[in-house]
Design a protein around this ligand. Structure first.
Ligand code: ADP
Length: 519
């Protein structure tokens, strides 16, 4: 390589002599490699042409590896964007200069780690055939470790400050030897502390809410224990005696141990009063809702029991009266008394059975189902309703012959049917319908694998204004009604795999339908 044409003052005769000497005896490469500072020779496109051993050491690359790199690849991403622009500027006006007058510079080593450096640039014009090409001699001077450590510390402090500001956190630092607590400004604010007030552990514990104090003292003792990890995260209330106010504080701290004993506990604290109050309000609301729900469940259960026991108790009362009368005549009408007492017995059994079923249902006990002939159940329910005193109606039965069996609980279905028949009779009675008539139709919906039962009456029907409420618990228009019949019936039908609904457009009375799965 032939050299040089730098900015050295070659026109001074002594320098010129020296220059000639140097030029004659020392090769550029030897000089370049001997320099203690890391140097790269870069061409005008940014391609690394030469790297001296100091540069290879600083960057962790071999010479050949550096030769294949572009100088920009050594720059942290944040500097890359503007670099091309700076290179152009430099080439337009090549002169020795220091880079990075406005910011700290760094380069990336082989491991992608940033190394803080000062960078100087020197243009070198090298004669290449007829033309002159500008090369740039880049010199890196690594900043000393202490400065790097200071920079890192300053950056981490800045980051911590940002986090602290964002979280509204205060910092405390407990000197375990004398129990003094250093608090930053925010921490004093959190503790309602005067700027000149010395904070001590004793004072700190005295501000902690009585209910949280023992917990805090225990945690503090644990934090001092070198056998534990020294990390502590907790939340507690502090009290401002003079203002009678309390504040929730969350702290996170780390103990620093030295020779097996705790030296310092450094931590941050945040005001979490707002969050705690919100949690308390939510908890209170949850409790209230739960209470209301439990109350509702209790009321519904009691109402369901009353509904189930109402008719057997009425029947028992009627039978008892008959027995009383049969026993008070002379001669005693033993047969009548026996018959009435047997009626009492049956009704008491029925009541017990209904209760057992109901409790099982409320407990979510698996219901016992069997293959049933729905036509037969309709007939049984009619008999039952009539024997319960609901008999003054003309019945029309449209039962599908040879209907396939359904799979359901017999007692449930019979009870639902009796309830629907009773409702129809009660509605027609209340409206003084003369030719009261109930039609029960049963057919299969083969496509759905369901049987459909329809019960309609020629009573007053249901007012459109309340039709959407009739399945609600406690909805009743009867003076002595419980309003539970339809809601229990719907729940039972659903438990048996079917559905129960009312036809909302039926005009000539009320028309209810329910489905049940075929076996
Ligand atoms: P309850 O019979 O105790 O009132 P139900 O849940 O069985 O409770 O019925 C709720 C309400 O639905 C009745 O009070 C009545 O207003 C209405 N209802 C039910 N069936 C009929 C019907 N066939 N015709 C007219 N109204 C009816």
């Amino acid at each position: 390589m032939t050299l040089f044409d730098t900015n050295l003052d070659k026109h001074n005769p002594t320098a010129e002599h020296l220059w000639n000497e140097v030029q004659n005896s020392i090769h550029f490469r030897e000089l370049f490699d001997a320099v203690i500072d890391a140097m790269l020779l870069v061409d005008s496109s940014g391609q690394i042409m030469l790297a001296n051993p100091a540069a290879q050491h600083l960057l962790g690359y071999t010479h050949d590896e550096l030769r294949s790199l572009d100088v920009e690849q050594l720059m942290p991403a944040r500097f890359r964007e503007n670099h091309r622009h700076y290179r152009k500027q430099f080439l337009a006006e090549p002169r020795q200069r220091l880079m990075g007058s406005t910011c700290e510079l760094a380069i990336l080593n082989r491991h992608g780690e940033e190394v803080a450096v000062n960078i100087s640039l020197s243009p070198i014009a090298i004669k290449e055939q007829a033309a002159k090409a500008i090369y740039i001699l880049v010199t890196f001077i690594a900043l000393d470790r202490r400065r790097q450590a200071e920079n890192a510390l300053r950056e981490s402090e800045e980051r911590l400050w940002l986090i602290k500001q964002a979280a509204g956190a205060g910092i405390f630092d407990i000197d375990c030897a004398n129990g003094r607590i250093y608090c930053d400004e925010r921490m004093r604010e959190l503790w309602w502390n005067e700027a000149d007030e010395i904070m001590t552990l004793g004072k700190f514990f005295s501000t902690v809410h009585l209910s949280d104090r023992a917990k805090c003292q225990k945690l503090f003792e644990e934090a001092l224990n070198p056998e534990m990890e020294g990390k502590c995260r907790t939340a507690f209330r502090i009290i401002n005696g003079s203002e009678h106010s309390e504040r929730w504080i969350a702290t996170l701290s780390q103990t620093q141990f030295d020779n097996g004993s705790a030296k310092r506990i450094v931590g941050i604290a945040r005001d979490i009063t707002e969050r705690k109050l919100l949690e308390q309000t939510l908890q209170q609301q949850r409790n209230e809702t739960e209470l209301l729900f439990n109350k509702q469940v209790a009321i519904l259960t009691a109402a369901a029991i009353a509904h189930e026991l109402n008719s057997p108790l009425t029947a028992i009362s009627a039978y008892s009266e008959v027995a009383q009368r049969a026993l008070s005549v002379t001669p005693v009408d033993c047969d009548k008394a026996k018959e009435a007492l047997s009626g009492c017995f049956d009704q008491a059994q029925l009541a017990g059975h209904k209760l057992y079923e109901l409790i099982g249902f409320l407990q979510g006990r698996e219901i016992e189902t069997e293959k049933l002939n729905i036509n037969r159940i309709v007939e049984d329910a009619l008999l039952q309703a009539r024997s319960d005193g609901y008999s003054e109606f003309h019945i029309i039965l449209n039962l599908e012959p040879n209907i396939p069996p359904i799979k359901a609980n017999k007692i449930h279905i019979q009870r639902i049917l009796v309830n629907l028949i009773r409702n129809a009779v009660e509605a027609m009675r209340a409206a003084n319908v003369v030719d009261s008539e109930i039609t029960i139709a049963v057919k299969t919906l083969a496509s759905e694998k369901m049987a459909v039962v329809t019960i309609e009456d020629n009573g007053p029907g249901i007012d459109q204004k309340v039709i959407s409420q009739i399945f609600d618990p406690f909805f009743t228009t009867k003076p002595t009604g419980f309003g539970m019949g339809l809601s229990i019936s719907r729940a039972l039908i659903e438990a048996n795999g079917g559905q129960l609904w009312i036809d909302p457009v039926y005009q000539d009375g009320a028309q209810f339908h329910f489905t049940l799965p075929l076996a």
